[in-house]
Design a protein around this ligand. Sequence first.
Ligand code: F6P
Length: 562
Amino acid sequence: MNSSLSIPSSVALVWRSQWHALQAHAEQLGPRHLSELFAADPLRGERLQAEAAGLYLDYSKQRVTDETLRLLLELAGACSLEERIAAMFHGDKINTTEDRAVLHVALRAPADAQFCVDGRNIVPDVQAVLERMAIFAESVRSGAWTGHTGKRVRNVINIGIGGSDLGPVMAYEALRAYSRRDLRFRFVSNVDSTDFVEATRDLDPAETLFIVCSKTFSTLETLTNAHAARDWCLQALGDANVADRRVVAKHFVAVSTNADGVAEFGIDTAQMFGFWDWVGGRYSMDSAIGLSTMLAVGADHFRSMLAGFYAMDEHFRTTPLHRNLPVLMGLLAIWNANFLGASTVAVLPYEQYLKRFPAYLQQLTMESNGKHVTLNGARVHCATGPIYWGEPGTNGQHSFYQLIHQGTRLIPCDFIGFCQALNPMPDQHGGDQHDLLMANLFAQSEALAFGKSADQVKAEGTPVAQVPHRTFEGNRPSTTLLAARLDPYTLGALVALYEHSVFVQGIIWNIDSFDQWGVELGKALAKRTAAEIASGEDPELNHDSSTNTLIRRYRRQRVPCT
Ligand code: F6P
């Protein structure tokens, strides 16, 4: 094992003492309100910020002092964060439980960069796939690529799940303003047949191209949907009884690391876009898994997105920790989760195009850091992986913000906003609708931080009985990310920011942020249960009494399809 991956006991000791120092500091800081921190330092809002790759990070409304940051940075030092960052970029096998390098950063590196896996520079392989993607995307976008009957492609359906779906659908929605409007994009992920049926019901198979995305090409949901798609195409365009290769060749491409699986399904591997085991599924939207993104926005915009990723990567790799955006975000997440007791993070983009961003982040953050054992296999001694969730502003304001403002739980928020609208429109008063949107963002973070005291409420002439109900305690922490405009470059930088922030948190917790063993047990049980459900005989069920009863009841009431 690489020496940079094992934690010497001396480091564990320093870690523990830093941790205790932070606990003591949190107790001391406890009673101090954000209003007090701002009053004590009139320049706080100008000081506690950092900027990189077009993203401005204001963390002054987090419940931290200079001392908090100093202690957090010391903790990072105790965890050898800088060495760990270097190890990732160096291609060390930091995904120890799968014995893999973690090199999604190589996907967005310039052509003359070098990233080595087992002594071999992988950048030329990455660039070659990007080139093939660009040629294919251009042929579809120009109409040169036609379906089996000679019609041009009007519909693109991405079939995949998890990282093979959430990245593509998020990026498509985020960059819709830059996309070809004469191409229709849909995303099928769920094994619930409704997903496929609804995605295809109004489409002509002759004009439809399927991108089957699966790193392993063995995922039940994706293979089931891919088979449904093939049947749907063959019924209309070929012979449903024989896997008609000519139809499949014109209507299916695959993205995978598993060439054998792709060939076995019936897609010619010449129509497969590869990636590699050193790219985790949830870190793959900028690999060939992003083929639908490139089809939607074109190769130049895709390259611009990669440039945004790369700018943030370089910032992360080279910037001192105290000015490093992903490091600051990661350490603040640790502070909130482990020292202020917050178990969730609300992600609140004030940008409609980012409506799937919280869902995308859920896999990125929770599949990465939802772990209860350390790299050494010991049980972790603190909470890991906070729960990420959210909705675009201002919709959330009329739904769950009540709880964030006045509930009993501490919910740190990430506000994300842009200075320029992609669809500017005047409001009914002759103002600008985007100004209204952004006024809401700024107002929410202000209200959360500073609240409204009982005295202020009373002074407004509020009936005494209502005062407690109308009082806002404030002191609710938030971070605001502000950028000029949502474009491909900024999206890349934003995603890389969260990717690396997740990495930082994983380093502090000393967990493997790149495996996902926790999804396996459910998959295995589902296989066994599916066989029992399908069984013609009354199967002998050896589950617990609840599961046995549920399966029996389901078997009695189900209506099998013919
Ligand atoms: O089940 C979890 C998972 O393995 C994710 O990590 C992954 O993104 C998803 O399934 C899909 O996997 P694949 O791309 O191999 O189909």
